[in-house]
Write a new protein. Sequence first.
Length: 328
Amino acid sequence: MPVGSSPAGPTLGESGEFSLIAQITADLPTSPEILLGPGDDAAVLRIDGPVLTSVDLLVEGVHFRRDWSSATEIGRKAVAVNVADIEAMGGRAVAIVVGLSAPGELPLAWALELADGIRAEGDRSGVVLVGGDVTGGREVTLSVTVVGALDGRAPVRRSGAGPDQVVALVGRTGWAAAGMAVLQRGFRSPRAVVEAQRVPAVPYGQGQVAADAGATAMIDVSDGLLADLGHLARASGVTVDLALDAFEVPDVLQAVAAATGKDPYALLLTGGEDHALVACFVDRGAVPDGWQVIGRTRSPGEGETSGVLVDGNVWEGPAGWDHFGAGR
């Protein structure tokens, strides 16, 4: 079915709330940590040790458009962006609960495809849907809460970095932003960046790898590398200096930048929604395989506040996405 088309068949209003819930929750996967899934007033989990939890909202017209993404892709994205937060703490995602608000005229088939996407990305990330809620609304809105386990690890916080440490990245940056630039101009290619905008390629499992390797601080790149590293730098009281020559601009990003008049490095450094992970390590020898060293930390100079520099200079322009402002 083409993206943006309306599936035939009954609408949510014609099907009803409880029929929708019954179809979504039929034959859901489970795990030993799920003692009780959907069907009661709350799910019951068994998790040893501290518990991680995070929530994300995805609002139609802000985080996705139904004429740009299929219902399956939106469902996958809803899971991926949440699990990335657990990864960034060095944890393992266990369960999610999903709240769905949607208009009554929304086709039932679309909502079921959304649930298929949630289940598919859950299979990829190891997370299980254990409950949620549905309600009517003017547009499609998803609220996803994820619960995770640390499995005996200490949480990797944003505030743990010290001076003279290396900064390393795993995953992609700039791809989703390039996809957004393409879609905003009414195109659907290059396909690779459009797909990256529709569903982020979260480096699942790498948060735990980084934690086991001794990461001192970590964050996922949701709003842009400079913006999110800025959070880490300020929380840790350090200055992060990125080396621009550490970044290789993929051909597809160069092509999009040339076609849209954008700076390819701006895509890499300020583009959000890829959900890569960036972390600090005590030295290069501690950086796990597959991670790319992109800079170092240092103590702020006299009169300097904690933040992020690029080749020793302040980045001119927005550092990333801000829902209530022009950038950070």
